[in-house]
Design a protein around this ligand. Sequence first.
Ligand code: TYD
Length: 369
Amino acid sequence: MFELKVGICESCQLVQLINEVPPEMMFNSHYPFRTSSSQRMQQHFREMALKITAAESQADSAPFIVEFGCNDGTFLESFARLGFMHLGIDPASNLVSEAVARGVNARTGWFNTETAAEIVESAGPATVIYAANTFSHIPDLASVFRGVDLLLAEDGRFIFEDPYLGDIVTKCAFDQIYDEHIYYFSATSIDLVARKFGLKLIDVEHLGTHGGQLRYTVGRLHQTPSRSVVDVIENERQSGLHSVERLKAFAQTVEFRRVELPKVLRELATAGKTVAGYAATAKSATVLNYCGIDRNLLPVIYDTTPEKQGQLTPGTGIPIKAFPQRSEEFPDVYLLFAWNHEEEIITRESAFRAQGGTWLKFVPDITLS
Ligand code: TYD
């Protein structure tokens, strides 16, 4: 049992879990999350690959793209097709096999100082090191930054995307806090930490993916930061994002959600409505356990992942099943756990609403629509 508790480091401003679950307990040959489970995310990674391809084609040195946390190869596939030199690394051997089957050069492993040293020795410096939804999962941040310092070409870019503390706090997206998410990055904290390793933040871009993320670009100290770095850091300072008062106010709002959400579920049950969870996301474990929602309040959660179907949700024992195929089996209400894919899901599930179905959401507020 691990206590899910968050704190802030006063010196580097990093908001982080106090207790860490050992990575090998989470990221192994049974890792169930696939990047390709969302159409929208597939498109996002194809677009990012195009952007990098365009920039790298202009550069003097031959491109070499390294991705850690390469998952099923969704991002690197574009580079493999173009014949770009690339390497993916991921501890989930089941997904590395899927990446290799797509023609991606990938291997099972952890990205750290040692593996970075091996890669640079065998294949030379990387012009781009990329990681999406991965860096914030790695407790040993220092080992990653040292690895980046060893592997990155002199003018190379370390680009990573992770949920943004600013969005988590303003949208009250408390379910982003779960075992895999060790860190809740911001532009301020990334710049402060990167500088300890002879690196710095040189660009930052706000993304709509996964409910609000930043795409950070880190480079070496001689590289010039873009205007956005100054702007975002200034915005974080003005809004008091890292202040203890602001974070305590966030915690208070989270406490309200904890009371309100089960209350809404009880009211729906009293009104005779059937409710089912939409997607057994990793995030849903926080919502269910923290709000005390078990199978009495939510009898089933549907999910597309074969490995999750037939299992029970951790700690709360709610059965996970494949989505109903026939509209007669739709519940009256879907509790949307995959709210970060809302647009894609609501568009695809238009038949559910058309026959009178209602969506229950809890980010940024609890709403029925
Ligand atoms: P996601 O919110 O991407 O991530 P996380 O699990 O890290 O919180 O959710 C991924 C899960 O949601 C995965 O189990 C597949 C499932 N899912 C569906 O069942 N239907 C969908 O339309 C989408 C987008 C995801």
